[in-house]
Design a protein around this ligand. Structure first.
Ligand SMILES: *Cc1c(COP(=O)(O)O)cnc(C)c1O
Length: 393
């Protein structure tokens, strides 16, 4: 069988064997409900608490500041709706950016229907949010600033510590979606003045369907799910104990290995970028040249359709993505590529290659061998490309 080269690690990651091991143990040996009082249930609770403590330690928080959720999407929803509900008496203005994940953008859009005012900050051509605009739009009704740490499509890293300072100065709650940054770059909630961050396990080699929201002690926030008293009254429902145990192990490993993996992936990513730049004409690289996640490479290849290229790469055993996994079902170009000012027709030829733990030098060599050929073949059928060549002469 042909080897599968998985270059879509920003969409999801494979579960590490060490994580499978702890989850298997939980599934068979500690299936008790952590809310029960007998020892078997208490065992489940102990496993859960250990995991909570590990996760807290990895971001410089304490364990009662971790609220387990069903993943990054729910954590983002809890941050936005939870703060909105608990602080609407103070004001109904929220500041976010144009390049947030849909879990934040669509939560904000829903609040707009409820009379909230949302400012969607612009970004520059690299995807960095405009800090002057941020300071300018803050008003006394502003209750929340939500800016992601690193963008899932183009990998751009936002100046989170600086935004944290601004939020603190104005006494406004600051949430950051750190789903893409944890395990790739350093995250410290104290140093960055963060009140809330969202984390998702399946983006860091843990299982799907589990994640958490860090909520700083003293934050005024209300739940979005009602039921039992789990998770400090902030998230009702019997806890996903095996998921939580796996998430804790994955998080511990990912954060401990961040520096080493960051260096390795940066080298491979740069090799890939330089190779493609050399072998493909009319290619544009998106995202910030240096303030960018180590394994993310987003490019726009002119005169081709991103979708067609993805299918061709699939035939060659390469998994990649156009702009964003979440929007590949729609024909609209990605909101992130629009926000950085890419023209429609160029955005349509966008390709995201996101490297991960399993990516090797050989994988990069193979991609550099077959991807330029695939582009050439697609361009041979492109009327736009023919026209362009004619004009050039
Ligand atoms: C994947 C992702 C999410 C959603 O997390 P899920 O656990 O899949 O719900 C949110 N934000 C960002 C930046 C992501 O990349």
């Amino acid at each position: 069988m042909k080897k599968l080269i998985y270059l879509d690690n920003n969409a999801t990651t494979p579960v590490r064997p060490e994580v499978v091991e702890v989850m298997d143990f939980c599934h068979t040996e500690c299936f008790g409900n952590p809310s029960t009082v007998y020892s078997f249930g208490r065992n489940a609770k102990r496993v859960m608490d250990e995991s909570r403590e590990k996760i807290a330690r990895m971001i410089d928080a304490s364990k009662d500041e971790i609220v387990f959720t069903s993943g990054g999407t729910e954590a983002d929803n809890l941050a936005v709706f939870g703060i909105a509900k608990a602080n609407k008496d103070k004001g109904k203005h929220i500041i976010t950016s144009k390049i947030e994940h849909h879990a934040v953008i669509n939560s904000c859009k829903a609040l707009e229907k409820d009379g909230f005012e949302i400012t969607y900050l612009d970004v520059d051509k690299y995807g960095i949010v405009n800090l002057e605009q941020l300071e300018r739009t803050i008003k006394k009704e502003t209750i929340l600033i939500s800016i992601m740490h690193a963008n899932n499509e183009i990998g751009t890293i936002e100046p989170i510590a600086e935004i944290g300072k601004i939020a603190k100065k104005h006494k406004i709650y600051f949430h950051s979606d750190t789903v893409q940054s944890i395990g790739k770059i350093n995250v410290d909630v104290k140093e960055m003045n963060l009140d809330m961050i969202s984390i998702s396990s399946h983006k860091l080699y843990g299982p799907k369907g589990i994640g958490c929201l860090y909520v700083k002690k003293g934050t005024r926030i209300k739940p979005i799910l009602y039921g039992g008293e789990q998770e400090h009254h902030l998230r009702a429902g019997t806890e996903n104990v095996p998921g939580i145990a796996g998430f804790g192990r994955a998080m511990e490993l990912a954060v401990t290995e961040t520096d080493k993996e960051n260096k390795r992936l940066t080298r491979l990513r740069d090799m890939l970028q330089e190779g493609l730049a050399k072998r493909i004409m009319h290619i544009i690289f998106n995202g910030h040249p240096t303030e960018r996640l180590p394994g993310t490479l987003n490019c726009a290849i002119q005169f081709i359709e991103g979708e067609s290229l993805i299918l061709k790469l699939d035939d060659l055993g390469i998994c990649a993505s156009t702009g964003s996994a979440c929007s590949s079902a729609s024909l609209e170009p990605s909101h992130v590529l629009m926000a950085i000012g890419l023209p429609h027709e160029i955005a349509h030829g966008s390709l995201r290659l996101s490297l991960g733990r399993d990516t090797t030098d050989e994988d990069i060599d193979y991609v550099l061998d077959v991807l330029p050929k695939a582009v050439e073949e697609l361009r041979a059928f492109s009327p736009l490309y023919k026209e362009f060549l004619k004009k050039g002469k």
